[in-house]
Write a protein that binds this ligand. Structure first.
Ligand SMILES: Nc1ncnc2c1ncn2[C@@H]1O[C@H](COP(=O)(O)OP(=O)(O)OP(=O)(O)O)[C@@H](O)[C@H]1O
Length: 365
């Protein structure tokens, strides 16, 4: 009987060789499952990547040839022939030139011919630059606001873009202020305030109503067109982004941070607005050598701040707009607004959204 019990007990425990066989089989099964799952995941990721690339390739913006027109009044053929004909130069800068020209149907347009955007670059790189510029221009063409110039059309030559806008016979704020300085034009405080309000409303639209928000990058009186009623319309919105060699240094309208750390925000546009408001109030050109010699000097902003802190802000005002006491109080309040817009630190400047009520409610102070 003891023999039988011994035999049963040795039969029920697996022999060491069978146990090892079992373990190695289990290992193989687990490894096959892990390998299978990994291969499946890798193939799925590869397929997804290929599909993604194909979809992106199919959806990418085609590089367009010939004029792209956003206005029913303009026939593409007439734009090309107008560009090729003799045109009158309106303005010039390192970024490009503005020409006046007439279409076959009599419509007069202003054409900004941007400087070549890239030279000597590899073909693929220049194609991606062209695509990026086209996308930006399509977005700019969708902007609609009474205080913005609308992009009517654009044409791409081999290495440069020409942008078509309405021609504004009354010219820019710079043209108007030059005539004011030469006593050829009188601009009342009421009109100057209307110009300031229109400019800030245009900026507010770019900063707060556009998605993604748009920065002007180059706000100055040559880029503020005035219609016959002196309603301002901002020109060249967002174009500076398309100009890699943008030269702002000499303008007198750029915020200090643009030179110090090349950081441009919507508060940098607000600084430029502050200079424009200062120009409207004082009648002076910010590049006037007067500012390098003036007390507290160096710039229009520092001079205004110095006079305001000394309680002498009235001294800064353009003599040709002084008159009624109520209006002068508004002007003095506007000097304070200009000074805060011209703060050295962007965070100390108000936003364009805050400035609209500040300026439109000046009458109620
Ligand atoms: N749509 C327009 N209608 C009439 N005149 C225009 C128009 N656009 C521009 N101008 C004229 O062109 C001038 C501006 O030219 P331009 O933009 O080349 O100079 P800028 O503003 O100094 O340069 P940038 O904007 O490239 O820094 C304006 O002062 C105005 O006289």
């Amino acid at each position: 009987q003891e023999n039988i019990i011994n035999r049963v007990s040795t039969d029920s425990s697996p022999s060491p060789s069978r146990e090892a066989e079992f373990k190695s089989g289990l290992k193989k099964i687990i490894l096959s499952i892990v390998f299978g799952v990994l291969t499946g995941l890798l193939s799925a990721a590869l397929c997804a990547g290929i599909v993604h690339c194909v979809v992106r390739y199919m959806n990418r913006t085609p590089i367009l040839k010939g004029p792209v027109v956003f206005s029913p009044k303009i026939a593409p053929k007439t734009v090309q022939s107008a560009l090729d004909s003799e045109n009158q130069l309106l303005g010039s800068s390192p970024n490009g030139k503005y020409y006046k020209t007439a279409l076959d149907n009599g419509l007069i347009i202003a054409v900004k011919r941007l400087e070549p955007f890239e030279t000597g670059s590899p073909e693929t790189q220049s194609k991606s630059v062209k695509r990026r510029i086209q996308q930006e221009l399509e977005m700019l063409a969708n902007l609609r606001h009474r205080n913005l110039m609308s992009l009517r059309a654009y044409v791409r030559d081999s290495d440069r873009f020409s942008l078509v806008y309405d021609y504004v016979p009354t010219g820019s704020l710079e043209d108007a202020m030059n005539r004011v300085r030469e006593n050829q034009l009188q601009l009342s405080w009421e009109v100057r305030l209307r110009i300031a309000v229109g400019v800030i409303k245009g900026l507010q639209y770019l900063h707060f109503s556009c998605v993604p928000r748009i920065l002007h990058y180059n706000l100055k009186p040559t880029n503020v067109m005035l219609d016959a009623e002196f309603e301002p319309r901002l020109a060249d919105c967002g174009l500076a982004k398309l100009m890699p060699n943008l030269d702002r240094a000499a303008s007198g309208y750029s915020a200090p941070e643009c030179f110090q750390n090349c950081r441009y925000t919507e508060k940098s546009d607000v600084f430029s607005f502050g200079v424009i408001l200062g120009v409207l109030l004082t009648g002076r050109d910010p590049m006037d050598p007067f500012f390098s010699e003036a007390a507290g000097g160096g710039s229009l902003g520092r001079w205004l701040r110095h006079l305001q802190q000394a309680g002498e802000a009235r001294e800064a005002l353009d003599k040709s707009i002084l008159g009624e006491e109520v209006e002068e109080d508004e002007m003095l309040m506007a000097v304070r607004i200009a000074v805060v817009c011209l703060s050295d630190l962007p965070a100390d400047r108000p936003s364009s959204d805050e400035l609209v009520p500040m300026l439109t409610q000046l009458h109620s102070f």
